[in-house]
Design a binder for this molecule. Sequence first.
Ligand code: SF4
Length: 188
Amino acid sequence: MGLIVGLEENLPSGFLLTTVEKLAGYMRKNSLWPATFGLACCAIEMMAAGAGRYDLARFGMEVFRASPRQADLMIVAGRVSNKMAPVVRQIYDQMAAPKWTIAMGACASSGGMFNNYAIVQGVDHIIPVDIYLPGCPPRPEMLMDAILKLHEQIGNEKLGPNREKIIKEVEAAALAAKPTHQLKGLLA
Ligand code: SF4
């Protein structure tokens, strides 16, 4: 009922003009289905975001899918071990396109405190990442903020014949980036 009232207020003449691009972006961003997939402690916060108190369902996301073929959002919640890395990539490859990724927490984004041989130093060495979410762990509110920022990004994504090519180029550039453990920052 609230939606109908809102539309009537905004569309007094009953006409709606938009572009196909904007319409597709609007549909996609409001119907993201995350893959059911958690790796470590961050996953507890992700589960909390989906439960009653935070209620991700408000953003069209209540359906965490058990099959990657029915999911278009991967929330990498937790550290990724080298042993797990091929599995993460396989799940990503099986997801429906277009698809997006959030690296949730310090470990998924950069390896976090686990600067050792067993942990992938940033999941962007395996799959392309759209949003990096800091924190150890990030609270559910932070995850929801990241999702809303991703919504903005998806809403403005371009359609067109070159889209596939652009996606491949972006992914190749992301995977070719210097590994995080080789970045010395202030220690250089
Ligand atoms: S960022 Fe912190 S809470 Fe998240 S997986 Fe790593 S150690 Fe656990």
